[in-house]
Design a binder for this molecule. Sequence first.
Ligand code: UDP
Length: 328
Amino acid sequence: MRILVTGGAGYIGSVMVRMLLSRGHEVLVFDDLSRGHRNALPDTPLDVGNLTSLEDITKTCQSFMPEACMHFAAHSLVDESVRDPLKYIRENPVGSLNLIRALCESGCRNLVFSSTCAVYGIPEKVPITEDEKTTPINPYGVSKLLVENALVELAKRDVLKFVSLRYFNAAGADVENDLGEDHNPETHLIPRVIKAALGIEPEAVIYGDDYPTKDGTCIRDYIHVSDLCEAHILALEHILKGGDSIFLNLGNGNGFSVREVIDAVRRASGVDFPVRVDRRREGDPPILVASAQKTRTVLGWKPILTHIDQIVESAWIWHSRHPHGYGD
Ligand code: UDP
């Protein structure tokens, strides 16, 4: 099948591209390379462009004529969204709406959308189910919710079919295919702590230890990037089989605190390193843990690398082999 992957040069997108190619699909990546890496895509066709340009994405869709799209391209950093809300609120929805228009004009109506648990804000119930209220507490979550709301209306009017996957914390590396997480600057917990273990950073930093959690640090649900990508394949099959347009959580249902993640990096690396407690990072809910029961039931999804040690170890292997990331 011809599948357009926006943001396919990024961390999750590049693992997805490799998986799609290994299953025999024809893939075209659309990426502006602002955060993605050409080196993560050996030999994969790539159109360099930005989704905020309707012209760029229309040209791509008209020449490739995709049958389905997996849409990863977006700004996705909570703290950046707090500092620059307009960038998120404008560019994430505008990019997605341009993409949808270009897809529809080329006759493609099947979309797997990368959403986020940030749409829930501070949940009333944990683990979080998909019917939890959506009241985001940061502009990133708002920007993804705006797109989700548009998708609901468009699906209702038969413009397209979608699965919106609400990611919890994607982590780990595709060790087999040598693909990992390389952001500049790096803001995510696991790679940042690994950089402290590698001596690239002087210390690991905990953003707040006064949250109402067991050890005072934030709790998140870490999901291995390969399990996450496998869910995208199943989500696409769901739409193609005539399944309903739907929102699904992607997490493991296990929460780990920042301190527990730091301990897992110590175990994986065998290195002790300094840890400093800093103030809270704005926009961070204390606890985000998924119920992925619906995803398992609807898609038949069975994540494999569910233990925090497996997730952290794969990240450790990739970072220790690539201390400077993709080097581009
Ligand atoms: N965090 C931390 N130190 C860091 C990076 C992140 O304490 O160097 C915390 C952050 O405040 C959050 C959790 O780790 O509670 C996960 O953050 P990350 O940026 O990895 O993912 P997010 O939950 O923002 O998507």
